[in-house]
Design a binder for this molecule. Structure first.
Ligand code: SF4
Length: 303
């Protein structure tokens, strides 16, 4: 057990096989629709999100179809509804409630997970989400990406690290589990910068981390930069090493929601290796074995 895998957490928590089902509730992103900006993050192509991205299918139908698929493919018995596409708190509370309430029609759903931006929550929205914690396992996932403001600016995130800290603290304070997304290999970041991100997250009330490797999707600003040779990407071996460095410096009780991102083939420009997730995971485990370390060990050594 080199890291605290989400699958292990779910097994401990629910004593049965639980899978997330990714949904597109049709919310837009304020970073694209005018507040606070219109360009979006340089790496984002919203069509690259869940399999329902860009499709006009009701939430009810999405849930039904995903549950049927996950039952067949993974023998899953319970499900977490994952509102994944774009910014899932970007609407008036009543509209949000109506979307989230769809899960009540499915008794096999035991959890609600809402992906959003740290600058798109307020007390009212968080109170609404906290209301589901009486019946469901509830997570809010924030796109934190890095703790370094200069990088947030480079990738045009449109928010600062301190905005993330504020959202994380308010959310956790309401009894909602907080997950954060982190991208390794962002432009201009060194190994030390990424380790600092792990250390700072460890000091926050964060329950889980989802790791991504910087990858280039079609029709993004990042694709243009990559095409002009202005950014470089991590090789698989580099990612394996830096992911281990990161995890060694992350609290051991922080669940790893995902160890490496993948991308839809039709949108992925580079690096191609990210879609062989099983190999990357095996290599990370082999690297931990060779180092004789595991998640959180770096923090213990520094104390
Ligand atoms: S990555 Fe998220 S926050 Fe950034 S533009 Fe895309 S949907 Fe919006």
């Amino acid at each position: 057990m080199y890291y605290y895998a989400f699958s292990r957490y779910l097994k401990q928590r629910f004593r049965t096989k639980v899978r997330r089902v990714s949904l597109n509730a049709g919310f837009s992103c304020p970073h694209r629709d005018g507040t606070p900006g219109r360009r979006g993050c340089i790496f984002c192509n919203e069509l690259g999100f869940s399999r329902f991205a860009g499709k006009d299918i009701s939430l009810r139908e999405q849930i039904k179809s995903s549950i049927t698929g996950a039952r067949k493919r993974h023998a899953a018995e319970k499900f977490i509804a994952y509102f994944q596409n774009a910014t899932n708190t970007n609407a008036e509370p009543e509209k949000l409630r109506s979307a989230y309430d769809t899960i009540k029609e499915f008794p096999e759903i035991v959890g609600l997970c809402i992906s959003t931006r740290p600058d798109c929550v307020d007390e009212e929205k968080l109170d609404l989400i906290a209301g589901y914690t009486d019946y469901y396992e509830v997570w809010v996932e924030y796109g934190l990406q890095t703790v370094h403001d200069r990088t947030l600016e480079t990738v045009n995130r449109g928010h600062t690290f301190s905005q993330s800290v504020s959202a994380i603290e308010k959310t956790a304070g309401k009894g909602i589990k907080v997950g954060v997304h982190v991208i390794l290999g962002l432009p201009g970041e060194s190994r030390e910068d990424m380790v600092t991100t792990a250390e700072k997250i460890s000091g926050l009330p964060v329950s889980g981390v989802k790791l991504h490797v910087l990858h280039v999707l079609k029709d993004t600003e990042l694709e243009r930069l990559y095409g002009r040779g202005e950014i470089s990407l991590l090789s698989r071996d580099e990612y394996v090493k830096v992911a281990c460095d990161f995890l060694e410096n992350l609290r051991p009780d922080c669940v790893i929601l995902r160890l490496v991102s993948d991308a839809k083939k039709e949108y992925l420009v580079a690096p191609g290796w990210i879609n062989d997730k099983a190999l990357v995971i095996r290599q990370i485990e082999a690297e931990f074995e060779a180092r004789g370390t595991r998640q959180g060990m770096g923090l213990i050594v520094k104390r």
